[in-house]
Every structure is written in C-alpha cells, then in structure tokens.
Design a protein around this ligand. Structure first.
Ligand SMILES: CC(C)(COP(=O)(O)OP(=O)(O)OC[C@H]1O[C@@H](n2cnc3c(N)ncnc32)[C@H](O)[C@@H]1OP(=O)(O)O)[C@@H](O)C(=O)NCCC(=O)NCCS
Length: 196
C-alpha cells in the first residue's frame, strides 16, 4: 500500500457543478469537518451550498471548484475564491475536504491549484484567508503554499457560543507559490485554466 505521504497531492480541480451537491452534502453533515466553517456553511445542505456559490459565481463574485482525486470525477471537497473584487484584484479563499481524505496533502495541493488559477486566470494580486484559532490543519496547509500569517483578529467569530480569534493570512502575486513535494503539479485535464 502506498504511504499516505507518497500519495500526497494527487488531486486536481474542476469547476463545481450542481451535481456535486450530493457528494458535498455528506461532508457538510460531518460536525468535525464543519466546526471551523462559517455559520451559514455549517447550516447548509450540499444543495444549498452549491446553489449559493454558483449564484455568486454567476454574479462574478468568485469561482468555485470541486476537489477531485486524479482519475476520478467524484468531489471529495471544494475550494473556492470568493469576495472577489476585480477592481482591487483580491479574493478570499475557503476550502474543505471529506474527513477520510485528510492528512494526504490534498488540502495543500487544492489550495496551490486554486491560487495558481487565481493569479493566472483571474489576475488576482492578492489572495487572503481567515482561519479560526485552533484550526491548525488549515493554517498549515496555507502556509505550506506560501501564505504568510499577517495578524490575529481577537474575538472576531462566535463559535459554539464562544468568541474566537481568527488568523488573517495573505499571499501576494509576486510571492512564490511553494512547490509541492513529489507528485504531479497540474491543474488536471479538466476545464480549470480555461476561464469561466
Ligand atoms: C483544512 C483541510 C482542508 C486540510 O486538508 P488536508 O488534506 O488534511 O491537508 P494536508 O494533508 O495538505 O495537510 C496540511 C498540513 O497540515 C498538517 N495538519 C493537518 N491537520 C493538522 C492538525 N489537526 N494539527 C496540526 N497540523 C495539521 C499536516 O500534517 C500538513 O503538514 P505537514 O505536511 O507539514 O505534515 C482539512 O483538514 C479540512 O477539510 N478541515 C475542515 C474544514 C476546514 O477547517 N477548512 C478550512 C477553513 S479556513
């Protein structure tokens, strides 16, 4: 059996579609996967989540991708660029993955691919992320791609009835995207890269 590390990063992205709702629904019903996510996402079904992000995409407010293992079409998570301001060339990044796939480098690779798309296709100058304190896996995945921790907002989010701090991270266009360790570095053979 391949080691977990040996399979690192073997995922690609494709644009999210309505039929991904079912695959994402089971992730959204996993309280451990959603505990650090915004309240509206924690409350959403897969169908509601996909409908909302596709609506935002049609309005030009962002782009959403399904995370798919190479050679498979089945979504194991999503990564999206949202709060897109074409005038400032900035967008925010959010991502989550089905729990059984955690720890294999998939999150890091999905962030890397989405950032590459953001800089190359959306012409972003800056990508930012907000990570709630305690969500070490998310922070680490972003830092591995090259995001810098820029600050900590105190008590900015109400999480399970407690005011919780949030880390603010950012990555600028001119900063180097950290390469993946062994494994393919591609956007996959899908529609990603052709624009939306
Ligand atoms: C965040 C998330 C997508 C990371 O996905 P992943 O595929 O497990 O990430 P990776 O395998 O690429 O791991 C990234 C790094 O974080 C580390 N890491 C993962 N979980 C960790 C934890 N709980 N504590 C400390 N480090 C952790 C990994 O070891 C790895 O670092 P390393 O290569 O130096 O060992 C996944 O944990 C998830 O879906 N979480 C729930 C949703 C969420 O919080 N999304 C982010 C909102 S901002």
């Amino acid at each position: 059996m391949a080691s977990r590390r040996g399979r690192a990063g073997r995922v690609g992205l494709r644009l999210l579609v309505s039929s991904d709702a079912r695959a994402l629904n089971s992730i959204l019903h996993d309280g451990r996967a959603t505990r650090f996510l915004p309240a509206w996402v924690r409350r959403a079904t897969g169908r509601q989540f996909v409908a909302r992000v596709l609506r935002e995409q049609r309005r030009g407010e962002g782009v959403a991708f399904a995370i798919v293992p190479i050679g498979s079409g089945e979504a194991i998570g999503q990564v999206r660029l949202f709060h897109w301001s074409p005038a400032d060339r900035v967008a925010e990044l959010g991502f989550w993955i089905r729990r059984k796939h955690w720890g294999r480098g998939f999150g890091t690779q999905a962030v890397r691919l989405a950032c590459r798309y953001g800089f190359r296709v959306m012409s972003l100058h800056r990508i930012e992320a907000v990570v709630l304190a305690g969500n070490e896996g998310s922070k680490r995945a972003l830092e591995k791609v090259g995001f810098r921790t820029e600050g900590r907002s105190r008590g900015s989010h109400l999480l399970s009835g407690r005011w919780t701090d949030a880390w603010r991270l950012g990555l600028l266009r001119e900063e180097r995207l950290m390469p993946s360790r062994p494994g393919p570095r591609r956007l996959s053979r899908t529609r990603v890269g052709r624009g939306t």
